[in-house]
Ligand binder design. Sequence first.
Ligand SMILES: Cc1ncc(COP(=O)(O)O)c(C=O)c1O
Length: 439
Amino acid sequence: MINDFSCSDVLCKRAQQIIPGGAHTYSKGADQSPLLGPKFMDHGLAGHVWDVDGNEYIDWAMGLSSVSIGHCYEPVLSAVRAELARGSNFQCPSPKEVELAELFLREVPGAEMVKFAKNGSTVTTAAVKLARAYTGRKYVAYCSDHGFFSYDDWFMAKKPNNAGIPEEISNLSLTFRYNDMASVEELFATYPGQIACVILEPMEFDYPEDKFLHKIKNLCNRDGAVFVLDEMITGFRLAYPGAHRLLDIEADMTTWGKGVANGFSVCVLAGKKEILDLGGITHKKDRVFLISTTHGAEIHSLAAAIATINAVKSENSIERNTATGKVLQEAITKEIQKSGLTDFISIKGHPCWQLLQFRNGNKEFCDGYKTLVFQEFIKHGVLFRGSFVTTISHTEEDVQNTVSAFSSVLKVYSSALNSGGYEKHLVGDPVKPVFRKRN
Ligand SMILES: Cc1ncc(COP(=O)(O)O)c(C=O)c1O
């Protein structure tokens, strides 16, 4: 039973003093973990991670889903090592930039140009900027049911923690609901000819219904807006090359990241040449100062991306991850049924990226019960943060051990439901929403 997090807790205190949020991604913050849980990781291998107290976990979070094949996957590491010995950044571009660009465009039909960056926020924001320049319009519409697109103002403007963003900027961002075509139509009716782009993920845990994506695309085409799909999580994960293929839809621009380089930092903006080339240096139109970063084409990371994309293909990783995800989903569903908790716990999504949802005695979604599940899983050596991200590094044994841990977790859940709530079983506070006005 895992119960010692003393080194984690010491590091956590030190970090809070000198790093705002104690981490460099709010999703990694201490407020996203149960008190009885690891706050700092030491290392990982394949589908497992070890925290700084030496506790080992089956890892279903996989570095915020950025480690798409597995920790320390050797073919990616050896590609990186080979480049590390040759230097990582020069005054002129490296041939790796052209090699990855050509590979990406071969593998992603419909895309005609690419631009690399280190972070997803950089590429989604670049898509928005290009769309504004291309259309000469100022409004941006994004799907409010999808978790995150960027820490930049156009996205954060409509979140509760939007301090530092002027109202004039907030007013330029509009939101709609997933699978709610009326909410998209209403935006276009209110702002005809004024919306630069619509951006959403092809899907999160709900599949598009009634040709939702196709209807948005048609509306964008009719109104002259740019249609952007964010494949940050879904790309090279739900289908090859991305969820847009699975759902049979093509966007004007797509953004990629977490499936691209097995945890190394490579994100991609891809799309139509007539839009992306506004950031070029040979045309005669008004110039867009597109992504321009010193570290954007760090050479060994580009090598990691090339090795990752090749491995996803050669290892049939999407088929294999889907198979693992299906086994997991069936077994988890059986356990929920056996425990009589079907009114309180449910699982949904594509087998490669599945969400478990938790409800309280009143059948309302509840962060307290969710945190209790995190806590109890941790006791059994399973790192679970709401969704299961499957990789080819997860073994049958990992799945079996997770299911058997889940059966123990469910006993505690039942007991909490039957005896006064999660508070009696959870040590510390529930995890908090990342998007909240005050701490
Ligand atoms: C769908 C989606 N888009 C964009 C981003 C932003 O990526 P990054 O954290 O690399 O800036 C994320 C990050 O979680 C994401 O999930």
